[in-house]
Write a protein of this length. Structure first.
Lengths: 382, 167
């Protein structure tokens, strides 16, 4: 079968790899019909995530058709069209039972801080991902969810990560009716967080980024305010002024470790790797939120450490909420939102590539060429 | 709260008097059951039986019930990775060797390609076609910068050689 093959930082290609095997009675094999490149795949692609081994197949956003099932699988049958959450979750451990499906304790032997994630390095369990024609899906009775009749595959594939992560970012913000919500990052997750903030009753939604084409998009798509931090001078000062000198009620970091905007953070975090990437967005979030406010983090950071203003955090009495999205918990509600038309995820897709063109797809997304917001890969077996 | 728990802390005056089960800061992300206190005492899923080497975090007693088998550790990078796993997840001794292993692994990948009779198309893998299509100016700039740096390095090295010969 054809599958993406990581060869080193900024180098990927498509190769023939062996068809995946059922390795556990709860496994299924899924034929991939849509697969996305996620912004967080770029951290792998840029060589920033430790234990990313040459030869691995990335891809944690995919939907497909069940081809084979293990002997214990009961909830799926061959031929089912399924949304596969990006987290691998057992459904039995203490964390899964409490709805923390992104924190499963039985899906990743290589690290305790993160649950298993498809195609996301050996630090996240060493699973080959869905940027391939076929993929092994463990715990097939738990994660995979049937795609409802009438749902577009392009909408379905964005329910594997983008929509749940954006939604959970807003949910973790504990938004109260009328709150001002500031979102750092106008990538797919930031766009979705902006859109979802309204669902929680936000009174004002502001997005901060530096790419004009993304700011233009989010302004229309999420009906929110959008500002370019390069033209603001000090974005924290701007946000204080525009919120009556108080700061936002909720700030969301939807950028993570590859943020632009601070030379010091960029040099120490991204170039010299003295910290786990550049924590510029988190820095701004902490400084821009009101006293007693909530900072919600869904941006991805590495495992070592980052420079953030923890003193301000303490003195302002802030609450920090963060997690990998619990996709399985959120899917029923999100499917409803999509089917009712409250969310239209597929509108953020700007590029479609055959799987064979993966090197260019990654480069276009990484270098932000051709106004790329969200690329989707379509394998020839789709 | 059950009486066993209350009795366990009976010697601490005032213990739990202000406990408020509704003050769950992780709600609604977490449907709190209290099972956290049972630690690893939950019923485990059936274990996957594997044939490949799996490196295990030293912060857990055994490997998880399922795991990925994407790329087992091998070669020099594999040795570095095994070394890294002697350290805990909070230690630079764990993560920095893993990053080093990743870089060593890139060279192993190139050597492995060549051994299999395949010259890796590095420019293709870098997505040069799309760079040419959408960012000709940027590509030209990169080429010029690379050419200048290469020329400077060559000149510097040849000067050093000359000065060594004359000495």
């Amino acid at each position: 079968m054809l599958a993406m093959n990581y060869r080193g930082p900024y180098r990927v290609r498509v190769d023939h790899k062996p068809y995946p095997e059922i390795l556990h009675p709860d496994d299924a094999i899924v034929r991939v019909v849509r697969s996305c490149i996620c912004g967080s795949d770029l951290h792998l692609y840029h060589g920033m995530v430790p234990d990313t081994r040459v030869g691995m197949t990335f891809g944690h956003e995919f939907v497909g058709i069940v081809e084979e099932i293990g002997e214990s699988v009961q909830n799926l049958k061959v031929g089912d069209r399924v949304i596969v959450p990006f987290n691998v979750s057992c459904g039995k451990c203490v964390f899964c039972k409490q709805g923390l499906y992104g924190n499963c304790h039985e899906s990743n032997p290589e690290a305790t801080a993160v649950g298993g994630i498809f195609g996301y390095s050996h630090t996240a369990g060493g699973y080959d991902g869905g940027q391939a024609e076929y993929v092994r899906v463990p715990y097939a009775d738990i994660g995979p969810t049937i795609i409802p009749d009438g749902m577009d595959l392009d909408d379905a594939v964005l329910l594997t990560d983008v929509v749940p992560t954006g939604y959970q970012a807003a949910e973790m913000g504990g938004i109260k009716t009328g709150d001002t919500v500031v979102i750092f990052g106008a990538g797919p997750i930031g766009i979705m967080a902006a859109k979802c903030s309204w669902l929680f009753g936000a009174g004002r939604v502001i997005v901060i980024d530096h790419l004009e084409y993304r700011l233009d998009f989010v302004k229309k798509y999420a009906q929110c305010e959008a500002y370019n931090f390069r033209s603001l001078g000090d974005p924290v000062l701007f946000l204080k002024k525009t919120t009556g000198w108080f700061g936002a009620d909720v700030c969301i970091d939807a950028v993570g470790c590859e943020a632009a905007g601070s030379a010091m953070q960029t040099i120490t975090g991204r170039k010299l790797m003295l910290q786990s990437g550049a924590a510029t967005a988190l820095h701004w979030a902490i400084n821009s939120v009101k006293k007693g406010g909530i900072v919600s983090v869904v941006g991805v950071y590495g495992p070592t450490g980052n420079l953030i203003p923890i003193g301000n955090f303490v003195n302002k009495g802030l609450t920090l909420r963060a997690n990998q999205a619990s996709v399985k918990r959120l899917l029923p509600r999100l499917i409803e939102h999509v089917m009712e038309g409250r969310l239209n995820p597929k509108e953020i897709i700007t590029h479609r590539f055959p799987l064979e063109e993966i090197s260019d797809a990654y480069h276009i997304f990484s270098a932000k060429l051709d106004n790329c917001i969200k690329p989707v890969l379509i394998p020839s077996v789709a | 709260m059950d009486t066993t728990t209350i009795n366990r802390y009976a010697h601490i005056k005032g213990w739990g008097v202000d406990a408020d089960p509704h003050n769950e800061p992780t709600y609604p992300m977490k449907n709190y059951t209290g099972d956290d206190h049972k630690r690893l005492g939950y019923k485990k899923p059936v274990a996957q039986h594997g044939k490949v080497e799996i490196l295990k975090s030293n912060e857990r007693p055994s490997i998880s019930a399922v795991y990925g088998t994407s790329v087992p550790p091998s070669g020099v990078s594999g040795k570095i990775r095994r070394y890294a796993f002697k350290y805990g997840e909070g230690s630079f001794g764990h993560w920095l060797p893993l990053l080093l292993a990743d870089r060593v692994n890139v060279w192993e990948g190139i050597i492995s390609d060549i051994r299999k009779g395949r010259i890796p198309n590095i420019l293709g893998e870098l997505g040069i076609k799309s760079e040419w299509k959408y960012n000709k100016k940027g590509l030209a700039k990169k080429v010029v910068v690379a050419a200048v740096i290469t020329t400077a390095v060559i000149l510097l090295l040849s000067r050093k050689k000359k000065s060594l010969k004359t000495a």
